[in-house]
Design a protein around this ligand. Structure first.
Ligand code: NAP
Length: 246
């Protein structure tokens, strides 16, 4: 199957890592359905795809809502066909020490980062199963493996995403579908823009490569995993973290 026959659904493609993934896969000729929680965000995705000559468009999606997922996926299927590549990239943080963490901070992160995988992948694997080809990539995080004080909710959601990928990989490998995780370290996006100068300085001390990563450095690994060259890799987590966790 050629890239132009494939459609990739990329959640959270309005900025940061998701945008870099959309542009990188789009430049390979894959058609892109990128999502944002807002109309403005969806329009901005359509605009940057258009400006770079990539076929596809932006959609509104809230991964935390069953109905929003069902309606977004059915629109994509109607307009482009079944997405055979799904990149579960949308994610949030609500950091707090456990003693102070409110139940909404716990629930929002688990619902957005982890329960979303149940919602989206359950629908998406139907088309992949029919095509007997598919690629699912969950964007997890280094802290899923290393842990991080103040992020019990976030690191639990990301460790969960990796376990989810390993189990689903075993369920659907016989259909030619691979399921993997990419675990970024600290990448320069709006999410890490919230860190103070002192926090960044402290972080750099722990990163052998002495810099934050760029969204494109994560996107290139996703591009490899969705390619035919990665057809024998499944249930794996690839870390992109400058060596901060080995
Ligand atoms: P970001 O710049 O904060 O962008 C987040 C994206 O997710 C936006 O496109 C946002 O859409 C979307 N989003 C947020 N809540 C959503 C929801 N409920 N439904 C659908 N989309 C939603 O994030 P990023 O830094 O690029 O991170 C992308 C992924 O990488 C996340 O899963 C994050 O946990 C993971 N990660 C990031 C880092 C890092 O250092 N940056 C490190 C490890 C892992 P809107 O357009 O609506 O805002």
């Amino acid at each position: 199957m050629s890239n132009s026959e494939k459609i990739a659904l990329i959640t959270g493609a309005s900025r940061g890592i998701g945008k870099a993934i959309a542009l990188t896969l789009g430049r390979l000729g894959i058609r892109i359905a990128g999502t944002s929680t807002t109309e403005d965000g969806a329009n901005s995705i359509s605009k940057y795809l258009n400006q770079t000559g990539i076929e596809g468009r932006g959609y509104v999606l809230d991964v935390a809502e069953d109905e929003s997922v069902a309606s977004c996926v059915s629109k994509v299927v109607e307009e482009f066909g079944h997405p055979l590549i799904v990149v579960n990239n949308a994610g949030i943080t609500r950091d707090n020490l456990l003693l102070r963490m409110k139940s909404a901070e716990w629930a929002d992160v688990i619902n957005t980062n982890l329960s979303s995988l149940y919602r989206i992948n359950k629908i998406a694997i139907k088309g992949m199963t029919k095509a007997r080809w598919g690629r699912i990539i969950n964007i997890s995080s280094v802290v899923g493996a290393s842990g991080n004080a103040g992020q019990t909710n976030y690191s639990a959601s990301k460790a969960g995403a990796e376990g989810f990928a390993r189990s689903l990989a075993q369920e659907i490998g016989s259909r030619g579908i691979t399921v993997n995780s990419v675990a970024p370290g600290f990448i320069q996006t709006d999410m890490t823009g919230m860190l103070s100068e002192a926090q960044v300085k402290d972080l750099l001390n722990k990163i052998p490569l002495k810099r934050l990563g760029q969204p494109e450095e994560v996107a290139e690994v996703v591009a490899f995993l969705v390619s035919e060259s990665a057809g024998y890799i499944t249930g794996e987590t690839i870390h992109v973290n400058g060596g901060m966790h080995m």
